[in-house]
Design a binder for this molecule. Sequence first.
Ligand code: PMP
Length: 449
Amino acid sequence: AYNHILEIHKKHLSPVATAFFQKPLLLHQGHMEWLFDSEGNRYLDFFSGIVTVGVGHCHPKVNAAAQKQLSRLWHTSSVFFHPPMHTYAEQLSALLPEPLKVIFLVNSGSEANDLAMQMARAHSNNTDIISFRGAYHGCSPYTLGMTNVMAYKTGLSSGMGCRSTMCPDVFRGPWGGSYCRDSPAQTIRKCSCVPDCCQAKEQYIEQFKDTLNTSVAKSVAGFFAEPIQGVNGIVQYPKGFLKEAFKLVRERGGVCIADEVQTGFGRLGSHFWGFQTHDVMPDIVTMAKGIGNGFPMAAVVTTPEIARSLAKRLLHFNTFGGNPLACAIGSAVLEVIEEEKLQENCQEVGTYMLLKLAKLRDEFDIVGDVRGKGLMIGIEMVQDKMSRQPLPPQEVSQIHEDCKNMGLIVGRGGIFSQTFRIAPPMCITKPEVDFAVEVFRSALIQHME
Ligand code: PMP
């Protein structure tokens, strides 16, 4: 059966998406933080379907809410009213500070960021958009202009230039630095104490000002930032940097957008939203992934004023956004996060895991850096701490594969794919962290032999 699936995959599924493992996993079932393959082997899921299954696979309460709504009403399109949408809008808006109270329901992170870009332009009357190097904001033609992970666009744009030919009004701010010495971060980062670097913040601000000044009209429509960069390998900004960047953007008439697709819904532990960890107030917040625990669903939340600016300019519509099933699931997800105190669990278990991983970093020369917040953690692999050259991709792949073979699934990210990304369902426990860290240690020992 396994070979037959591989054959079908090769023949009928697009080769553009690559499989995660050398020997792809055939997943059959999921329960909370565990996944099961077709042979009954179980895996601790430390990547939750790319930072998505926040409350756990097939969570009983979410399943029950979905089943109840399935037998009542699936779809009406967004031109009709239905109570699940209104209940959800009230619940979600209660989780955001004033004046972020107007909600647009859409279907994916890319779609949410596309809409946020339109809002920023409609409200500011400007066109230029700024995003960071290393940012990931989606794969639609609009958002691809803001995404700066080159593998997604080398065949389409002019390459490493500052501006993307796909979306010529997008400019790039400073690079979200990584630990590796080969990283372009080294062009701006002189010392190694990121994220609380004494020099880094000033350097970032200078680079950010340069970016603002290269903008053709010298007036910006919108500035997009992930509170912690996810796809780029859990990259954090120098403390206080985002706050100053927001101020500079607003001085030029632009609006600030927090992309909470990975960082929202309590994952960072100390706060429900990533922007709160930077003590900033965005004008627009985009969210996806964890919002529906795997069910396709996303949202853009903004101020009444910006919502009116968009409505004055254009009609905006999508068929599936805010459908009854998605809203019922979204409500159940919010209730579970609160009832099970999952944000608090992220804080406690995340801090515990960071400490354990820091010990591994001290133990193994190839573990260069361990960083993150709550249950969004990165482990950056290097050839050695002295050279800080990235560990070659095939060696990282082997460690990744070995972890999987010992029952642990983790993600990968970073410019050289050198960083392991850890973002499990938010319900994981300390004994599961102990298990995961032991598996990772064994994979590292195997690698050294
Ligand atoms: N923003 C961020 C921060 C993301 O990580 C992603 C997906 N990796 C997106 C936007 C795009 O979301 P989607 O894949 O749902 O379009």
